[in-house]
Design a binder for this molecule. Structure first.
Ligand SMILES: Nc1ncnc2c1ncn2[C@@H]1O[C@H](COP(=O)(O)OP(=O)(O)OP(=O)(O)O)[C@@H](O)[C@H]1O
Ligand SMILES: [Mg+2]
Length: 257
């Protein structure tokens, strides 16, 4: 089997007094779309932050692009890992005081190349990407002039500007209407098919995850308790997975609530 693009091996991660991961392992293959599901507060956002080393782990190995993240200095991590990752944050995280276009080129000009030629090229590419996400013509608008779905699309264009090899999406369709959700889902597939990127998508929407994922992973109690292709995921006998799949209020997932 070929080397995975992301490999988490028996990781432990504590945030404050909370043990978020207690022996979590996961491999993500090059070119795959992997969805991560799990109930609120289980650590989905933290998982994406661990992969980009925005959150450190206390034990275990995190390997991204074949590099053990614990061995990298901060600037090395920026240059060799974070610059190759596009992160679509749960909140969108656009700067409201900048235009849409300036938001999109931000990762490119931030500390990288801000000479005139670099800037012109960055603006051309931003416009191209705004076309890809169907937001052409909004370059000079402020993000807060737009709806939640439009802002998410701008956030996706921004995540793509550095031509990343890996895109991490944190609930890219939550709070959107089903039509806008479907547009974003199609975009996720298009990114992989057109640009060959590997994608990890945190989502609550199992129906959507079934449509676009190669595999679905379920996070529960600090670990990945199941990973399977969509067909087989739905058939897993694990009672936690079953409760999540059926969307039932009563069961092992909610035993401690
Ligand atoms: N900086 C922090 N300090 C202390 N605890 C934190 C910190 N960040 C997150 N946590 C806790 O870690 C756990 C996992 O949080 P995380 O945001 O990863 O969950 P999530 O699965 O993304 O939830 P949601 O579906 O609501 O977005 C939660 O219990 C949260 O309160
Ligand atoms: Mg989250």
């Amino acid at each position: 089997m070929h080397d995975p693009l992301v490999e988490l091996n028996d990781i432990y991660c504590r945030l404050g007094t909370k043990e978020v991961f207690t022996g979590l392992s996961l491999r993500v293959n090059r070119g795959e779309i992997l969805s991560v599901v799990g109930v609120s507060g289980v650590g989905k956002s933290t998982l994406l932050k661990v992969i980009s080393r925005l959150v450190p782990v206390q034990q275990g190995i995190v390997r991204v692009f074949g590099l053990d993240l614990s061995t990298l200095a901060e600037d090395e991590c920026n240059q060799r890992v974070r610059s190759r990752i596009g992160f679509v944050f749960q909140s969108g995280a656009l700067f409201d005081w900048m235009t849409v276009e300036d938001n999109v080129i931000f990762p490119l000009i931030y500390g990288v190349r801000s000479d005139a030629t670099g800037l012109t090229k960055a603006r051309e590419r931003a416009r191209q990407l705004l076309r890809v996400v169907k937001m052409e013509g909004t370059e000079h608008h402020q993000p807060d002039q737009h709806s939640g779905g439009m802002k998410k699309r701008v956030a996706i264009a921004r995540a793509l500007i550095t031509q990343p090899d890996l895109i991490l999406y944190d609930e890219p369709t939550s709070g959107l209407d089903p039509v806008m959700g479907a547009i974003i889902d199609d975009l996720i597939v298009q990114m992989r098919d057109q640009f060959g990127v590997t994608e990890i998508v945190v989502t609550h929407d199992l129906a959507a995850a079934r449509r676009f994922s190669d595999r679905i992973a379920m996070l529960h109690n600090g670990r990945i308790i199941a990973v399977a292709d969509p067909e087989n995921f739905l058939r897993l006998k694990d009672p936690v997975v079953q409760q999540f799949v059926r969307g039932e209020g009563y069961g092992p997932l909610t035993a401690n609530l």
